[in-house]
Design a binder for this molecule. Sequence first.
Ligand code: 5AD
Length: 336
Amino acid sequence: MNTLDLLRTDTEKLRKKAYAVMKEAVGEKIYYRGLLEFSNICARDCSYCGIRKSNKSITRFRLGKEEIMNAALWCAGEGYGSLVLQSGERSDRHFVRFVDDVVRAIKKESVSEELPRGLGITLSCGEQSRETYQTWFNAGAHRYLLRIETTDPVLFSKIHPASISLQRRKACLVDLKDIGYQVGTGVMIGLPGQSVEDLARDIDFFREYDVDMIGMGPYIPHRDTPMRDSKAGSIELSLKMVSAVRISMRNINIAATSALQAIDPMGRERALDFGANIIMPLVTPTRVRKHYRLYDGKPCANEQAADCSLCLSKRIKGTGREIGFNEWGDSKHWRY
Ligand code: 5AD
């Protein structure tokens, strides 16, 4: 079945099929990646994003090395296995060196009996030069998340300033793969003017670029952005996208993202049922969580990492699925 037909399938039928494919291709285990938002300083001006450079009404922060290490080692202690370091986009020398240094320190200090190879490290720090990607890979990061946001050239240019190009974004994904990273990408669902046909083509793009991981969620407006009046994407279409991606790509990792929970209190659990196998518990220190708001209504903004851990484990217990503690949970799609 082509991707468009998949997206047009009855929701419950699609969910059942996606769950069966997931079970067969990657199993039912759920893997955790602690999500650490270490800086909201951003040099870019994407029209949808709350931490865009022109938003003057937020407090900018960057965590120091010590705070990052504490959060990382906390994850390791909880048995999370992997950590995602995410930030606003910067490419100055100081930033590149800082990430390099932090990745090296985490790799070194997170080694234990339970985690003999240390924490798995995923970076999500935007578009960078090939050289920078290589530097960070050499430091020990082995996965990278860089969403394409939409593959439709017209829509892409509507939601990004002229300085951001779809071609460049694609070139980054090629560089990352070439260097040896497990590559993750994804799109926002329900962007203004986006059609189901567009989303089907997005999935075809994921296949064409042979990516290993997908993270997608509904578009959700943020009040301090030019797109404040565009309405949020729907939960149903978002869940159908998760299932359609699972069915078409089979053995990749798919995240149940927090944006899903922002539009539906059970959004993340539902995504697990629709074929997702990754959850990213927030481990950002509580004092800065409220400043890393990409969209309005971000869940868990006032919680502490330990609360999120407890809450998620209860939620997952409800689904009856097992959590792969102390495992990296690499994408089975990835070739070594
Ligand atoms: N709504 C939903 N997702 C958003 N992101 C950024 N802003 C928004 C928003 N308003 C997503 C983008 C980005 C990821 C880190 O967060 O897809 O790649």
